[in-house]
Design a binder for this molecule. Structure first.
Ligand code: SF4
Length: 435
């Protein structure tokens, strides 16, 4: 389908999306389920540390506590684990292009020790993602097996080129774990142009791996991730291949090959000033209303393919973009509380947020920052200092932050502690500790 701006359906849907009438409330965003972080932090076994953190903040702000030594003795609830910087694609749209294929790597035993130390201190989940293709890591299978033996929830984000590795780890995964493949295309032509595999592989070959993984273990979800790109999208000094017109074709493909869902998200670039990952609203502003309208129509068409076993998601930042409320999500409290609950461990070091991978202002330590219990104590102090010194109101002012809602939720409880007593765990909520 190639919607024309003159078709009645196009105009009607586009107008509603732009006015913000596609969700239940015109004023708010229905969060993409995996982005409902406030609910995740209210789970029974996490809530006590949220309360401890709020008490710490109140103690520090009143001057009763020394921030350096008093941050509650917990690991992050969740980490993004960049397990390798190696990648066998050369995607123009990659936000991590500058940090790929570096010589930095973990010593495997130190990595396992770090994961164990964090787990003893309350780590609950690991998203193996970013900064490289995880399945290329020599000890990928062993590391996933080890994390599952510790009782961690595990998610994998892969480019799909080594689905035999996903088959290897499939027996260890539970229904609350997940795997997501970043494919971003419906046709072979756009797939090749966008991803530039270094070794020949086709989109069909990748998708054919899904039924094989499902045959090993059908109990966890496998998603098809689609970053929407548009004309004039620009990063890494390159104009990005446009894939907007393939949203529906990709949805058909995802359904046909047995993926459980397709998730659409907007293309990100890097801010000039501090290299933060952002949706670049300025570059495309001349024709951006048209792009938004077109995305809305194609999303609607893709959703017609949903059934009981296949879903179509628009991620929170896509909804924010389509509703034109990005600015609201760029307003952060002075202190980013999520730095305590979710961090990024990479061969390049430990960072405070996925938006600041390998950025000096987001750095918390080196790759062994959690290697031993002593290291853990020092990193807790560094984290406390970073929470105080990192001004997210300023640093993140161009970021449509996925953690905006949860950060303000925590800030509100620091300022109004009487609300703490009303906090109860979410009802009918499957355990989900991914942050
Ligand atoms: S405010 Fe958002 S973007 Fe900024 S550091 Fe915190 S989580 Fe990351």
């Amino acid at each position: 389908m190639n919607p024309k701006s003159t078709s009645p359906k196009f105009d009607e849907i586009a107008a509603k999306v732009i006015r913000g009438q596609r969700d239940d409330s015109p004023d708010d965003i229905a969060l993409f389920p995996i982005h409902d972080f406030s609910a995740k932090l209210r789970q029974e076994d996490v809530l006590p540390r949220v309360k401890a953190y709020i008490d710490w903040q109140r103690g520090v702000r009143s001057g009763a506590l020394d921030p350096k030594t008093s941050l509650p003795d917990f690991a992050p609830v969740s980490i993004n684990l960049d397990i390798t910087t190696a990648c066998n694609f050369a995607c123009d749209h990659c936000v991590d292009k500058d940090i790929l294929n570096t010589p930095d790597r973990y010593h495997q035993q130190s990595l396992l020790d770090s994961i164990e130390v964090m787990t003893e201190k309350g780590l609950k989940s690991v998203i193996v993602i970013g900064g490289g293709e995880p399945t290329l890591y020599r000890y990928f299978t062993e590391t996933v097996e080890f994390m599952k033996s510790l009782g961690l929830q595990v998610a994998i984000v892969s480019n799909g080129t080594r689905n035999s590795k996903i088959e290897e780890i499939a027996p260890y995964l539970d229904p609350t774990d997940w795997v997501r493949l970043s494919l971003d295309s419906g046709s072979e032509e756009v797939f090749q142009a966008m991803h530039k595999p270094r070794k020949k592989i086709t989109l069909d070959e990748i998708c054919e791996g899904i039924p094989k993984v499902k045959a090993v273990n059908p109990d966890f979800k496998i998603g098809f991730s689609f970053i929407i790109t548009w004309r004039d999208a620009f990063i890494n000094e390159t104009n990005i291949v446009e894939n907007l017109d393939e949203m529906v074709e990709a949805t058909k493909r995802a359904k046909e090959y047995g993926f459980d869902y397709i998730a659409f998200k907007p293309f990100l670039t890097r801010a000039e000033e501090n290299n933060a990952e952002i949706v670049d609203l300025k570059q495309s502003e001349r024709h951006f209303e048209g792009i938004k309208s077109k995305i809305a129509v194609l999303l609607e068409e893709a959703r017609e393919l949903e059934d009981d076993s296949f879903q179509v998601y628009a991620t929170t930042n896509l909804k924010v973009l389509l509703k034109g409320v990005s600015e609201r999500y760029m307003s952060q409290p002075h202190e980013c509380h999520m730095q305590y609950f979710r961090q990024v461990l990479s061969p390049l070091g430990l960072y405070n947020c996925p938006v600041y991978r390998n950025q000096p202002h987001g750095r918390l330590g080196d790759l062994d920052a959690y290697g031993t219990k002593d290291d853990f104590g020092k990193t807790l102090e560094t984290t406390a200092a970073k929470i105080q010194s990192f001004d997210s109101t300023h640093q993140c002012r161009e970021v449509t932050c996925l953690y905006h809602t949860v950060n303000w939720w925590i800030e509100d409880m620091i300022e109004s502690p009487e609300k703490l007593k009303d906090l109860v765990p979410p009802v009918d909520f499957d355990p989900d500790y991914f942050l």
